[in-house]
Write a protein that binds this ligand. Structure first.
Ligand SMILES: Cc1cc2nc3c(=O)[nH]c(=O)nc-3n(C[C@H](O)[C@H](O)[C@H](O)COP(=O)(O)OP(=O)(O)OC[C@H]3O[C@@H](n4cnc5c(N)ncnc54)[C@H](O)[C@@H]3O)c2cc1C
Length: 297
């Protein structure tokens, strides 16, 4: 069985950058991806904070990165890694195969968090969505709500405002976590209504969404909407990374070289314990992880 120098798990910006850097360091590289390349950025309508690309869609940026990965010479393996074992060579198990590598980079990103309120699961795909770019067109001329207060929620609200009749943004705090420039754009958009300090308690509707019930400081009221977009952030999927040391919120602890607590296992991107989760920081982590892996195989 071929033993790769570096196995990268996850083809988001962190993993694709790690693959490019490891290839350029002369290493044999396997890049595993369970879906399609790009990670979360493919859900972004416009990326306007990535250097040299001031107005590119997330999909196009992902495509460009993936072309660079292919040109660099990484083997792209479109399978989900379900287990890794370390100690000597690393074994990576997928549903149909097993692979070996000298080092691994965990670039598995995060999974979208759910609200955990009544109606969310039952109406999933019938008005409840986690991706405005994917599903926004279904709500042309309709009324929708976006739940969340970070960059993703504000970006999604802005994107939907160009398609929908009205957009309600619902956030439990009194100010957004999103970048100031995005929040300013949001406030300047006429068909977006803010509902700050409001907690969603139920999504209503029989066969499809009809509204969302909010609790504002103990007083409940219903917003009539046709769609609810949930954008409250993510958390790393825990099963694959069970063996590595994590912080209290479930993010992988790394040192400055992106080493995890397991020998020859590195981590990069949104799944590590850090302050800023963006494409540019994911790429930076990926580059460091790959060069650390390349010098330790
Ligand atoms: C709607 C939205 C808009 C955004 N807009 C911007 C923006 O404008 N600018 C910006 O800088 N950032 C933006 N972000 C954030 C940015 O997309 C993330 O910070 C970045 O994608 C993180 O990269 P990553 O590679 O760490 O993880 P991810 O992008 O999450 O990629 C992880 C990849 O790993 C794969 N994977 C996971 N587990 C496995 C496994 N076991 N086996 C195989 N594959 C696996 C996943 O399928 C995924 O493709 C946005 C995010 C969202 C959701």
């Amino acid at each position: 069985m071929k033993i790769y120098d570096v196995a990268v798990i996850g083809a988001g910006p962190a993993g694709m950058t790690a693959a490019i850097y490891a290839c350029r360091a002369g290493k044999s590289v396997a890049l595993f991806e369970k879906n399609f390349p790009g990670g979360q950025m493919v859900n972004a309508h416009i990326i306007d904070n990535y250097p040299a690309e001031d107005c590119i869609s997330g999909f196009d940026l992902a495509q460009k990165m993936f072309e660079q990965v292919a040109a660099a010479g990484a083997d792209f393996i479109n399978e989900e890694v379900t287990a890794i074992t370390s100690g000597g060579d690393i074994t990576l198990t997928t549903p149909s195969n097993s692979y070996r590598a000298k080092t691994a980079v965990l670039a598995t990103g995060t999974e979208r968090l759910r609200l955990g309120i009544s109606g969310e699961d039952r109406l999933d795909g019938r008005g409840v969505s986690w991706c405005a770019t994917c599903d926004g067109a279904f709500y042309r001329g309709k009324d929708v709500a976006v739940i969340g207060g970070g960059n993703s929620a504000v970006s999604e609200a802005l994107y939907l405002s160009a398609i929908c009749k009205s957009v309600h943004i619902i956030h439990r705090r009194d100010s957004y976590r999103a970048e100031v420039s995005l929040a300013e754009k949001l406030r300047a958009t006429k068909n977006i209504t803010e509902h700050l300090e409001c907690v969603p308690v139920e999504i209503t509707g029989e066969d499809k969404v009809s509204g969302v019930i909010l609790d504002k400081k103990g007083e409940k009221f219903t917003l009539a909407v046709d769609g609810v977009f949930v954008a409250i952030g993510g958390r790393p999927e825990q099963k694959l990374i069970a063996g590595v040391e994590k912080d209290g919120a479930g993010y992988i602890k790394t040192d400055n070289e992106m080493r995890t607590s397991l020998p020859c296992v590195f981590a990069a991107g949104d799944n590590i314990s850090k302050q800023v989760r963006q494409i540019v920081t994911a790429c930076s982590d990926g580059a460091i992880a790959a060069l650390s892996a390349a010098s330790s195989d």
